[in-house]
Design a protein around this ligand. Structure first.
Ligand code: BES
Ligand code: ZN
Ligand code: ZN
Length: 489
């Protein structure tokens, strides 16, 4: 629970107050806080440098039990991400102290050269997202998330920004939902079970939900998706979520890759870190969580989520390298490599989305290629689109939410590399170079003239180590990005 509060610090009886401190400037309006900071800065070990921390207990000046001073570093380095990180670390510190509540003093926006809204938003996001632990598989729970997070603001701001805080809390809940799905081991999210989990929460949020099984997919000729699913005992599902407040208007369609485990299939992956491939449904998690969030926020526009769920396994029933299959769109594909399965399930979902909804915008999110991680590292997603405006909108939402995106090219002449001797296309390129690009080009063959963007999120969806406002595991990447983007489209 996050709340804006205003209080007279001299009288407030809060247990814990966090005070962010700038190294080279006074960033607070409140005289009591300024005096407390001067006291803290008298210590040799605390100057307000980034990540400096000092705790005072039971100071005579105030009735607050614990005062935690956290350094933000020099003024010119303090941006919204620095504030988000600070808030995340503050909350995580309180969790480790086994506290249940915290009050964070909000600096004066103008002293940070910011406006109030992005300042509050960043602090609330960091605090909310930092207040999450993934311990459901541990018998002994070491710590508990805080029950209440309060931000100390001026009296007038409490009401003005109440809606903002409600929105941010909902978006962060969506992010945390995606994180939990991604972190869940594959044995607990086979397509049938994952689809039930999505459907239950989606119905609660008043989305229209359809779930198709293997028979439906066969009847509707989702040949590429079925070819990937063939090797697994765990049958595939296609989940469709619809949020349609505006009758007769065109929809934004979001598609998310949902491979609940990617062993590689007959082209089996090497065993080193194969366990990481539980994350191969992160696109599905981001899309489902975004639709649930948008419905809760009563978003104005029509949005549809199309989520293909399969498990990619080797077996006597699995598709073989060299097999030729017929996709939903009618084009045939030679399966050059069974480990390039994401693009196979996506082309059926994309082609269906185009045909059924004639979307005004189509966006897919997928942990599509290792090559994209090689290109951009583990923190930045690749954006592929021929539509400059759409690409720019995605990148600017990424900058705002710090779910960073970088534009990648879709060169027409590289399409040659996807030629097959026997089928319309091969699912792998004839070179190992530029793998993220050739994967995106493969998808582009199935979207017609639709305004489309593909976001390769293979890098940023997972973190082995905890960061300022994310525990180790799924990061929930994509949910905040899409929620911001939808507002603009
Ligand atoms: N799921 C993987 C991509 C991936 C790699 C996601 C690392 C997250 C982290 C995808 O299905 C895959 O295996 N891609 C292959 C494509 C190749 C066979 C053309 C790859 O990237 O090596
Ligand atoms: Zn694969
Ligand atoms: Zn995959």
């Amino acid at each position: 629970m996050i709340q804006l509060k205003s209080a007279d610090l001299k009288k407030a009886k809060t247990e814990t107050l966090v005070i962010p401190v700038c190294e080279d400037k006074d960033i607070h309006d409140d005289a009591t806080i300024a005096a407390l900071i001067r006291k803290a800065k008298k210590l040799k070990e605390f100057k307000g440098a980034k990540d400096d921390q000092v705790v005072f207990y039971n100071l005579p000046d105030v009735k607050i039990v614990r005062l935690i001073f956290i350094g933000l570093g020099k003024l010119k380095k303090i941006d919204t991400e620095a504030l988000r990180s600070m808030a995340g670390k503050a909350v995580k510190g309180c969790i480790k102290k086994d506290l249940s509540e915290v009050l964070i003093a909000v600096p004066a926006a103008e002293k940070l050269n910011l406006t109030v809204q992005p300042l509050l938003a960043a602090l609330m996001e960091g605090a909310c997202l930092g207040n999450h632990l993934f311990d459901k598989y541990k018998k002994e729970k070491k710590h508990k998330p805080l029950k209440k997070i309060n931000l100390l603001v001026k009296p007038a701001a409490v009401k003005t920004y109440r809606r903002l805080s409600a929105r941010i809390e909902t978006v962060c809940q969506g992010t945390i939902l995606a994180r939990e799905w991604v972190s869940t081991p594959s044995n607990d999210k086979i397509p049938a079970r994952f689809s039930r989990s999505i459907a239950r929460l989606a119905r609660q949020a008043n989305l229209k939900v359809s779930v198709w099984g293997a028979k439906d997919l066969k009847n509707k000729k989702f040949g590429a998706m079925l070819a990937v699913a063939a090797g697994s005992q765990n049958t595939p599902r296609l989940v469709i979520l619809e949020h349609k407040p505006q009758q007769g208007k065109k929809s934004i369609v979001l598609v998310g890759k949902g491979v609940t485990f990617d062993s590689g299939g007959i082209n089996l992956k090497p065993s080193a870190s194969m366990e990481d491939m539980k994350i191969d449904m992160s696109g599905a998690a981001a899309v489902a969580a975004t639709l649930i969030t948008a419905a809760k926020l009563k978003a104005k526009m029509n949005i549809v989520g199309i989520i293909p769920l399969v498990e990619n396994m080797p077996s006597g029933k699995a598709s073989r390298p060299g097999d030729i299959i017929k996709s939903y769109a009618g084009k045939t594909v030679e399966i050059g490599n069974t480990d390039a399965e994401g693009r196979l399930i996506l082309i059926d979902a994309l082609a269906y989305g185009v045909k059924k909804y004639k979307p005004r915008v189509l966006i897919d999110l997928a942990t599509l290629t290792g090559a994209c991680v090689v290109a951009l590292g583990e923190k930045i997603a690749g954006v592929f689109s021929l539509d400059d405006k759409l690409a720019q909108a995605i990148i600017s939402s990424g900058d705002k939410t710090y779910e960073r995106c970088w534009r990648m090219p879709l060169p027409d002449d590289y399409k040659e590399l996807l030629k097959s001797d026997f089928a319309d296309l091969n699912n792998i390129a004839s070179t190992r170079y530029g793998g993220a690009i050739t994967a995106a080009l493969f998808l582009s063959e199935f979207v017609g003239k639709t305004r489309w963007a593909h976001i390769d999120i293979a890098g940023p969806v997972y973190g082995k180590k905890e960061t300022a406002y994310c525990a180790a595991g799924g990061t929930g990447f994509g949910v905040r990005l899409l929620c911001d983007l939808l507002e603009k489209l």
